[in-house]
Design a protein around this ligand. Structure first.
Ligand code: FAD
Length: 308
């Protein structure tokens, strides 16, 4: 499947690039207010979909549920609800799937999840649980009624023995029913483009949407990258060098430039879709999207007007 628009980044116009946004469920009222500010701002950019994560070990089951429910009730956004199978029986996971169905969720991001003992430990599923993302995909397909999204790892998942094994695993996820993959974030586009070539050469034809993390806080993103097995190129560190004592606004301007540059390079390679890890903050993502030609529609649906 082609992922190319043919238009160069400097000529991109509204509608050339499709974006989607990831949010996480908030832990407090204050965080909830921040999340909703972010959702309200970013929904005006007419994203393809927004997604809501499922906390490590299923720790946010209730919060994910209520965030998903509120988004579906109060907005017209298309939504993908994440789900992992860590530390839960098949019955418990199936209950969440049925719950999603009752809420009107049409897309699930199906993940195995990290080991309960933490990243880097050996993954052990409960005996009566789904043993892998593939079994989870099969379980969701059996219940039916969902498009299934999955993860992909341009730099190889830390547990994977090789790139080839990782791509083979992705192929198995597609064979089990996945219709789109969203990648772990990366900073070196060459790595992603090489990965995309290898994925296509392996006969995988579903859309592979690059995951982009705007660098609101370089040190924090570096930590996330270490955990996720994503490399941080030296040149990226250099761009933030000397800014530690600068004001936040200056760092945000640099981050917006870097984020837009990364996506524009991908556009020049023919990519049309990107998924932003928003960390529930709108400003930076909004600025990057603006540079990418996206404009706020300003329109609110009937549902949104009622919920205001
Ligand atoms: P998989 O893709 O199933 O496996 C990861 C790799 O390990 C595979 O590529 C394969 O090489 C290898 N592997 C695993 N099992 C086997 C096996 N049985 N045989 C052979 N090889 C195997 N985490 C959360 O807790 N909540 C979230 O909401 C969340 N959302 C995410 C969204 C995206 C887009 C991404 C990229 C990651 C997300 N994560 C989330 C992180 C994810 O849970 C971790 O990376 C986890 O360690 C792997 O889960 P997975 O479904 O990606 O694993």
């Amino acid at each position: 499947m082609s992922q190319t628009s043919g238009r160069k980044s400097r000529d991109i116009i509204q509608g050339d690039i499709k974006v989607s946004f990831e949010f996480f469920p908030p832990k407090s009222e204050k965080m909830e207010a921040r999340l909703w500010q972010a959702i309200r701002r970013l929904q005006s950019l007419n994203p393809q979909f927004v997604s809501v994560t499922y906390g490590a070990g299923g720790s946010t089951r209730e919060r994910t549920h209520s965030t998903v429910a509120r988004i579906l009730n109060e907005t017209s956004l298309r939504l993908a609800a994440h789900l992992t199978c860590v530390g839960a029986t098949r019955g418990e996971v199936n209950e969440v799937i049925e719950d999603y169905k009752r809420l009107g969720v049409k897309q699930i991001v199906a993940l195995r999840g990290d080991p309960e003992e933490g990243v880097g430990e050996r993954y052990m599923a409960p005996n009566d649980g789904y043993q892998s993302s593939i079994e989870l995909i099969e379980g969701i397909s059996k219940i039916g009624g969902f498009d299934i999204l999955v993860s992909a790892y341009p730099e190889q998942h830390p547990e994977s023995p090789s790139r080839a094994a990782d791509i083979d695993w992705l192929k198995r996820k597609v064979d089990a029913g996945a219709t789109r993959a969203v990648t772990q974030f990366f900073f070196d586009n060459e790595l992603f483009l090489r990965y995309l070539d290898e994925v296509r050469a392996a006969g995988i034809t579903i859309p592979i949407t690059p995951g982009i993390i705007p660098i609101a806080n370089f040190q924090q993103v570096k930590k996330f990258a270490t955990m996720a097995g994503a490399s941080v190129p030296d040149w990226l560190g250099k761009r933030f060098e000397g800014l530690e004592n600068e004001d936040m606004e200056t760092r945000q301007m640099i981050a917006a430039a870097i984020g837009a540059e990364q996506v524009m390079e991908l556009v020049d390679e023919g990519l049309q879709e990107v998924h932003f890890y928003t960390l529930n903050k709108a400003k930076l993502v909004y600025a990057i999207c603006h540079l990418l030609g996206l404009r706020s529609s300003g329109a609110t649906s009937e549902k949104e007007q009622v919920s205001k």
